[in-house]
Every structure is written in structure tokens, then in C-alpha cells.
Design a protein around this ligand. Structure first.
Ligand code: 13P
Length: 247
């Protein structure tokens, strides 16, 4: 079973989200795949409650605030996202960390509230090109995982996404060997925190310039259990081609 997820970032308002659903050919996707879409906050409720939504297409929120309610203009909470129909929450996406300056500690707080709200967290980790050149891949991704590990391990279910920052939106993709190294590093750390059988069931997704043409090769890499797709998930045809290519 593979998890194929689409992160729409700041694209697709409610009407475009519904158009995507009408165009998305869920039957072209092997029934063993789990499908998740992360729409914008404004489109989430429309997508989660759409009549034409196949129940296989699950919905998640791209980001939440770390408090449950209060005077935080412009923010949304995990419980609101759940109420609107989200089942998953992306936390620590590279754009949250590097465009909006989110820290490891804030990421930890967000994972805490996501878990206590009953959403399934998808923790994103990944190194910058400078960190990669300095040989820090292992150190960076382990630090980003470990800060949230206690909370994650207390959740009934969680996912991790390895998204090297230099591969996001650049057309550059990690090689299957790069992905195997990073995913294996994360898996071994999960095995230390959980029993080995439990750790083997935590899906570790790869993200960063995934396209229909490279999805199969990436999915074949060891410890890659699914894909987190940005730009190529916006088009219903290319997203279903990726899901179909994923095995
Ligand atoms: P791209 O697929 O556009 O590189 O984005 C990846 C990503 O950030 C998914 O969360």
C-alpha cells in the first residue's frame, strides 16, 4: 500500500477544488493506494463535503496554529480543521520553516495540538542545499524528527515526509539512493522509538519535484512508502498518473 498525497499550497479556491474532483479519475488509481489532498483552508470544507468526492480521497490541512482558540487573527486551529472535514495535518512543511520562519519548537507545539485534536500528523523534514553540501542531511532530519517524536509516538497514527528543500519546486529530484539514505535514517530512528514492526508501518513519504515520469523510480527506493506531490498534484490527470505509476 502506498500513500499518495497532494499538497496544493496556495492554489485552487473552492470552485477549482471541486473541478479537480470532477476531473480526477479515482478508478485509474490502484485500490491499495491511500489518497490524500491538502487543499487551501478556504477550499477544505467544500472538498471534504463534496458529493462527488470518492471516499478514497481524504482531506488534510496544510498548517494549523498551536493554540486551540483565541485572539489569533488569521490563524486556524486543528479542531476547526477537523470540524471542517480534515483527517490529516501537514506540519513543518519546508515553506512554513523557510518562508515563514517556523522553528523546530513551534513545529513541536503544532504536532502536540494536532495529535490532541485527533488529526493524523504528517511531519515534514528536509535539509537545505547548504546543509546538504555541509554533510548535515542526517543531523538535520533527525533533529527535525526528534523534536516531535514523543508526541508522534503517542498518536494512534502518524506519517513522516522527507522533502529535501532543494528539490521542492525546482525540478530537481533526489535520486533513489538519496531517498533511500534519508528514509532509512528516519526509519532506524523510528525503530529506536517504537518497536520495529510498529516503525515499519509508519509511512515515510518522499516529496520534491515528483512527476508522472519519476514517480515509479522513487517508489521503488527502499523505505519510500508514498509520495507528497506539490505542483504536479494540481492537475487531476497528472496526479492520477503519479498515483497509477506509484505501483
Ligand atoms: P513540488 O512537487 O512542487 O516540488 O512540491 C513538493 C512539496 O512541497 C510537497 O509538499
Amino acid at each position: 500500500m502506498a500513500v499518495i498525497a497532494g499538497n496544493w499550497k496556495m492554489h485552487h479556491g473552492p470552485n477549482e477544488a471541486l473541478d479537480f474532483l470532477s476531473d480526477f479519475d479515482v478508478d485509474a488509481v490502484p485500490s491499495s493506494h491511500e489518497l490524500i489532498v491538502f487543499p487551501s483552508n478556504l477550499s477544505l470544507h467544500a472538498l471534504a463535503t463534496a458529493e462527488q468526492r470518492d471516499s478514497r480521497v481524504q482531506v488534510g490541512v496544510q498548517n494549523v496554529y498551536w493554540e486551540d482558540s483565541g485572539a489569533f487573527t488569521g490563524e486556524i486551529s486543528a479542531s476547526m480543521a477537523k470540524d471542517a472535514g480534515a483527517a490529516f495535518a501537514l506540519i513543518g512543511h519546508s515553506e512554513r520553516r523557510h518562508v515563514f520562519g517556523e522553528t523546530d519548537l513551534q513545529t513541536q507545539w503544532k504536532v502536540d495540538i494536532v495529535v490532541s485534536s485527533g488529526l493524523v500528523p504528517v511531519l515534514c523534514v528536509g535539509e537545505t542545499i547548504e546543509e546538504r553540501k555541509a554533510g548535515l542531511v542526517e543531523e538535520v532530519i533527525l533533529r527535525q524528527l526528534e523534536v516531535a517524536l514523543d508526541s508522534l509516538c503517542s498518536a494512534p497514527r502518524f506519517l513522516v515526509a522527507y522533502e529535501p528543500v532543494w528539490a521542492i519546486g525546482t525540478g530537481e529530484t533526489a535520486t533513489p539512493e538519496d531517498a533511500t539514505f534519508a528514509h532509512g535514517t528516519l526509519r532506524r530512528r523510528l525503530e529506536r522509538a517504537l518497536s520495529a514492526p510498529h516503525a515499519s508501518r509508519v509511512p515515510i513519504l518522499y516529496g520534491g519535484s515528483v512527476k508522472p515520469g519519476n514517480a515509479a523510480e522513487l517508489m521503488e527506493a527502499r523505505d519510500v512508502d508514498g509520495l507528497l506531490v506539490g505542483g504536479a498534484s494540481l492537475d487531476a490527470t497528472s496526479f492520477s498518473q503519479i498515483a497509477a505509476a506509484a505501483g
